[in-house]
Design a protein around this ligand. Structure first.
Ligand SMILES: C[S@@+](CC[C@H](N)C(=O)[O-])C[C@H]1O[C@@H](n2cnc3c(N)ncnc32)[C@H](O)[C@@H]1O
Length: 197
C-alpha cells in the first residue's frame, strides 16, 4: 500500500485523501476525521466529504469503516470524490476484539470488502495482519476482560499490559508477509486495493 501512496504522491498535484485518519500516517495525505486530532487537515463526517466530484487520485480508509454509521453513504461519497482511474485502499479488522471509536459496528472478510466495490478492478486483496496477530489481540483481550471484572477503563489499561505480555505472537506475525494475498480463516486485518473504471 505504501508503494501505491508513494507512486501517486510522486505527482506533486496528486490528492490522496485519508478518511477516518486518526493521526497522519503518510505525510503526502490530506487527513479527514470526525475529531480534531493533532494532524487532521479536515474535521468532517465522511458521510459528506468536503471535496469536489472526481477530485481525488486515491482514497484511503484504514481501520475506520467498522466505526462508521452510514456506510452506504460513505461508500457513495468515496466514489464521488475519486477520479476515474483513481485508487481506493480499504483495510478493516476481520477477527478482532470490540473497540468502539466512537462505535464498533461490523466486520468484513476480504471477500466481503471486494463486494463493497463491485464496479472497481481489484488490484490486490488479502490480509494485512494474519492469524498470529489475531491470537495476540484475542488472548490479550481475553485476559484483560477476565481481570477487569466488567470495568471498561480497567479493561483498556489491562489490554495494553497484556498486549506487551503476549507481544511474541504479534512479532510472529512478521512471518505473515508471504501469505498476504491468500486468505486464512483467522485473518486479523483484511484489505482491498481497487481502481475506479
Ligand atoms: C481506529 S481509528 C483509525 C485510524 C487510522 N485510520 C488507522 O489506520 O490507524 C478510526 C477513526 O475513524 C474516525 N471516524 C469514525 N466515524 C467517522 C466518520 N463518520 N467520519 C470521519 N471519521 C470517522 C474516528 O474518529 C477514528 O479516529
Amino acid at each position: 500500500m505504501e508503494s501505491y501512496v508513494k507512486n501517486i504522491a510522486n505527482n506533486p498535484e496528486a490528492i490522496i485523501l485519508d478518511i477516518g485518519a486518526g493521526r497522519k500516517k503518510y505525510p503526502e495525505t490530506i487527513t479527514l476525521d470526525l475529531y480534531h486530532y493533532p494532524d487532521i487537515d479536515l474535521c468532517a463526517n465522511a458521510e459528506k466529504l468536503p471535496l469536489k466530484d472526481n477530485s481525488a487520485d486515491m482514497v484511503l480508509n484504514t481501520s475506520a469503516m467498522e466505526h462508521m454509521v452510514n456506510i452506504d453513504k460513505i461508500l457513495t461519497e468515496m466514489d464521488r470524490v475519486l477520479k476515474s482511474g483513481g485508487f481506493i485502499f480499504v483495510a478493516t479488522p476481520f477477527v478482532f476484539p470490540y473497540h468502539p471509536q466512537p462505535f464498533d459496528l461490523t466486520r468484513w472478510s476480504a471477500d466481503g470488502l471486494k463486494r463493497l466495490f463491485p464496479n472497481y478492478t481489484c488490484l490486490e486483496s488479502g490480509s494485512v495482519r494474519g492469524p498470529h496477530a489475531t491470537l495476540h489481540r484475542v488472548i490479550s483481550s481475553y485476559f484483560a476482560w477476565l481481570f477487569s471484572l466488567g470495568n471498561y477503563p480497567i479493561y483498556l489499561f489491562l489490554y495494553m499490559v497484556f498486549s506487551w505480555v503476549f507481544l511474541p505472537f504479534g512479532i510472529l506475525d512478521a512471518l505473515h508477509g508471504q501469505y498476504r494475498q491468500k486468505q486464512s480463516p483467522l485473518d486479523c486485518i483484511v484489505y482491498f486495493i481497487g481502481q475506479k473504471p
